[in-house]
Design a protein around this ligand. Structure first.
Ligand code: ADP
Length: 407
């Protein structure tokens, strides 16, 4: 029997999907519906076993998640994959304190996801739409939710509580949740394989650097601190997000500069970070090119980015004590030799010796070690959140089947 899993990642205006063979870890079909709700929604997909040609289809104006999932059903049918599908795995951004691991979706789970809407108003409602559409079109398949926050539910109180009145945590759930958990979990597991040690014997710092960026301290396999917080806006400078700023800034913006809440949200989420400093781009590739051509603000944006990352990595010596490896992942972490070198250069205290050759070699999907020193290793490991979702879904299905005595 096949071990094919449909992985669905519903964003506010997009649905990413993949049919993955969880047994061989290979992607059979991948695709994306984007610009949902707009005048020109469209869908692109690719069957990786076929001729590798990307197919494209324009969807009716205003089409939402349900239409996208209906289309995904058609594509899966056309590629004769329907009967091979065993389970569906959904990425869900916010599991709050309800979920410490992946779960089979039932009405209670859907209620809990809905309850967390207020913590992730852009993401959770979209995730739920994807789940409901998939339940509609695949009523006989088990659906599983994999949460971005679940991996960080091991954080101790000292790192998840803010120094605010305790009642805000108790009554409103205001605390650090952390995000990118599926990615931090995956690359830390892969790092343990690379280091040939059980996770319970190693401490790792993982840096997920993409459009969104977060860093995680992982002690003996458990997340003990992470840079994102109550929302994915916190921590280090990102593509367009500010990361941490002085909380006193908000009243200044409101009282002195007459900002309203939406303008502050826009400023911190969409106009800041690499884009805000460079006044030019949020794309690391474009900034590296501009820096080489002498653009001072592009260079400054990259300097700030690397400084904040190095400082956060160094600070995680506090919860970890000793460190076995630092792992780079995400679009920037996996591909930018320049950014990695610039960060490592600022971690002098760790006595890291970068191999320039290995740093250049470990790009575009290649993984491995880029330092030559004894002690702390610096690894590049491409992330694969879809594979984690597929594997978790299959594990839960198999568990359920064996409990029911189904073979
Ligand atoms: P998302 O968080 O949206 O999934 P990604 O993980 O794909 O984003 O990362 C996007 C970032 O990766 C962009 O800033 C992009 O410039 C950067 N990136 C991709 N390839 C390279 C490269 N070769 N060199 C430098 N940066 C790169």
């Amino acid at each position: 029997m096949s071990d094919f899993v449909l992985v669905v990642n519903s964003g506010s205006s997009s649905v990413k999907f993949a049919v993955i063979d969880a047994h061989s870890s290979s992607e059979i079909l991948t695709g994306l519906a984007e610009c949902l709700g707009s005048d020109e929604p469209r869908m692109v997909w690719q069957h990786n076993d076929a001729d590798d040609q990307e197919s494209e289809q324009v969807l009716a104006a205003g089409s939402q998640h349900k239409v996208a999932i209906e289309q995904i059903v058609k594509i899966i049918n056309e590629n004769n994959l329907t009967s091979d599908l065993r389970v569906i795995g959904h990425r869900v951004v916010h599991g709050g304190e309800h979920f410490t691991s992946s779960v089979v979706i039932n009405d209670e789970v859907k209620q809990a996801i809905k309850f967390n809407n207020k913590l992730a108003p852009l993401h959770n409602p979209a995730n739920l739409e994807g789940i409901e559409a998939a339940q509609h079109y695949f009523p006989n398949l088990m659906q599983v939710a994999v949460f971005d926050t679940a991996f960080h539910q091991t954080l101790p109180e000292t790192s998840y509580l803010y120094a605010l009145p305790y009642s805000l945590y108790e009554l409103e759930g205001i605390r650090r949740y952390g995000f990118h958990g599926t990615s931090h979990r995956y690359v830390s597991e892969q790092a343990a394989v690379f280091l040939e040690k059980p996770q319970s014997e190693i401490n790792i710092i993982t840096a997920h650097l993409g459009n969104g960026c977060s860093i995680c301290a992982i002690k003996q396999g458990e997340s003990v601190d992470t840079s994102m917080g109550f929302t994915p806006l916190a921590g280090i400078c990102m593509g367009t997000r500010s990361g941490d700023v002085d909380p006193g800034l908000f009243s200044f913006l409101i009282k002195e500069l007459a900002y309203d809440v939406d303008e502050i949200d826009m400023l911190l989420n969409k106009k800041s970070g690499l884009l805000g400093i460079s006044q030019f781009s949020n794309d690391c590739r474009a900034l590296e090119k501009a820096k080489q051509a002498g653009n001072i603000k592009a260079a400054l944006a990259l300097d700030i980015f690397c400084y904040q990352i190095a400082k956060t990595i160094a600070s995680y010596t506090v919860p970890l004590g000793t460190i076995d490896a630092i792992v780079f992942t995400g679009g920037i972490g996996e591909n930018s030799a320049f950014i990695r070198a610039h960060i490592i250069d600022q971690l002098k205290f760790f006595s890291l010796e970068l191999s320039e050759q290995e740093n250049m070699n470990k790009r575009f999907g290649t993984s491995g070690c880029i330092t030559t020193n004894k002690g702390i290793k610096v690894l590049v490991i491409p992330t694969n959140e879809e594979l984690v979702i597929a594997k978790d879904a299959l594990v839960l299905l198999n568990q359920y089947s064996s409990e029911q005595g189904v073979s």
